[in-house]
Design a protein around this ligand. Structure first.
Ligand code: IPE
Ligand code: IPE
Ligand code: MG
Length: 244
């Protein structure tokens, strides 16, 4: 990023800075295929990018970062690709645990866990516990996440609370408290890489009033500089939230 951008963002000169950025990290497969390489090579490069973007966030004034790593629909891919992705997640957690803790990152996961390998689930719970006291950056990784699945699971939890007599007349706040993202602020900005202009089941409830940025850059090519430029543009947007 330019020294100007970094300085301005650090100094808090913007009227509005996105506190919570969510990213649909798309285009790993095409990045690899364009080079004649297996798709998994693109996923590995993509994981490297995550590390770099995570390190850049605090300097850019981003306090919450949520990334879409694997959707409930991604199980449709070949066994080789799915298993390869699961291995990448596992390695990411194993290798990054110490570094993330030291960087002041609090790592959390959203999505249904029961379909994941028990060993991976165990690692996820461990690192969540280990980083629970951190607050410099709240990093949330969506694995086996789908907004519709999350809402269905939340509705079931809410129904249980009603059946137990804990809530009489459930409203929006009660449903929100049953989402995987309970307690997280809503994303201010959702970025999707790779040129696709769809949301693919990512945070449908939480991003109801988010601003969207679609960039043609493929995820393995997305640098902190790209992020800084998008954040600059965000500062120029007028958000009305239904007002005038
Ligand atoms: C995003 O990249 C990563 C996942 C969905 C797991 P893709 O794998 O979707 O890459 P493209 O869209 O096929 O290029
Ligand atoms: C969305 O990308 C999911 C992730 C980035 C993890 P996809 O590549 O799966 O989405 P579609 O199929 O293009 O909608
Ligand atoms: Mg894709």
């Amino acid at each position: 990023m330019s020294a100007d951008t970094a300085q301005r963002l650090r100094s808090g000169g913007d009227d509005q800075r996105p506190r919570h950025v969510a990213i649909i990290m798309d285009g790993n497969g095409r990045w690899a295929t364009d080079r004649g390489w297996p798709r998994l090579v693109g996923h590995r490069r993509g994981a490297e990018r995550v590390k770099q973007i995570v390190r850049a966030c605090p300097e850019l004034g981003v306090n919450w970062l949520t990334v879409y790593a694997f959707s409930t629909e991604n199980w449709k891919r070949s066994t080789e690709e799915v298993l390869g992705l699961m291995k990448i997640f596992r390695r990411y957690i194993e290798r990054e645990a110490e570094g993330l803790s030291a960087q002041g990152v609090r790592l959390r996961f959203i999505g249904g866990r029961e379909r994941l390998d028990p060993k991976l689930q165990e690692l996820m719970a461990l690192i969540e516990g280990r980083t629970a006291g951190n607050s410099l950056l709240n990093l949330t990784v969506a694995i086996n996440y789908g907004g519709r699945d999350e809402l269905a699971r939340a509705a079931a939890r809410l129904a249980q609370k009603v059946a137990r007599g804990e809530i009489a007349d459930p409203g929006q706040d009660d449903l929100e408290a049953c989402l995987d993202t309970a307690g997280h602020p809503d994303p201010d900005l959702v970025i999707r890489t790779s040129g696709e202009t769809r949301t693919s089941n990512f945070l449908p409830w939480q991003a109801a009033y988010a601003e969207y940025e679609f960039t043609p850059t493929l995820w393995p090519d997305f640098t902190p500089q790209h992020l800084a430029e998008i954040l600059d543009r965000f500062g120029l947007r007028e958000r009305r939230f239904g007002g005038v």
